[in-house]
Ligand binder design. Sequence first.
Ligand code: HEM
Ligand code: HEM
Length: 183
Amino acid sequence: MSSHKKRLPMRLSQQHEHWIYATGGMLFLSGLGWLIAHFFFAGPGEFGELHNHSEPWWLRFHGAGAMVFLMALGSLLPGHITRGWQARKNYHTGLLMLTIMAVLIVTGYGLYYAGDEATRPWISAVHWVVGLTAVVGLLLHVQLGKRSQKMRRVELADHIRPDVPNSATRAIPERQCTDQRRA
Ligand code: HEM
Ligand code: HEM
């Protein structure tokens, strides 16, 4: 058996990228649907405010979205996240995304299993406020990541001289070149 292991690329395929947006979008829209139903469409009842009848449906949709999204997130770990982390590329917003995901997973778990009457509203508030900011975090992460990748490509193209063999490899620092070839 060969000991050679093929490393997964850091850069996502278009299909993989769309899969992240589709599952993340499902999670976000179902959470937003619940918030709108809960805060704007709760009806008055005999014994106080009644929950809107659509709330359980939004949560069913959200729970399904969470399961699929966590699979998508797991698929980023061996290639995208590990290699980006090692190369310190797009590091700050990558770290921000990891922190946001950790908070959402822990508070999501808390909503199911850890909250009592006093703590549940707090867990819920932290969960949805961080959930809403996740979209901004992801947009920023993708935008900055793609921009720096484009800049690296332009820089590499500037160093390539057709008349000099291996000109790009010589002109650009070793680590950057290795990253270029791997990505
Ligand atoms: C935690 C969740 C994360 C999500 C959901 C996520 C998602 C994405 C997506 C959808 C893209 C655009 C597709 C692409 O250009 O490949 C992207 C780009 C990028 N991400 Fe992440 N990412 C995460 C964490 C990280 C971490 C921890 C790092 C590294 C420290 C990282 C580094 C990068 C880099 C370098 C790019 C630009 C890749 C390129 O265009 O060449 N990401 N990310
Ligand atoms: C990794 C990502 C996420 C996971 C694992 C997750 C998980 C969960 C879980 C398990 C629940 C409890 C469902 C129930 O009680 O039946 C929940 C509720 C909720 N989630 Fe998320 N969620 C995530 C992302 C988001 C995002 C991005 C938003 C953005 C709007 C959001 C908004 C909400 C809201 C509003 C609730 C209802 C809170 C309540 O019942 O008090 N979640 N989530």
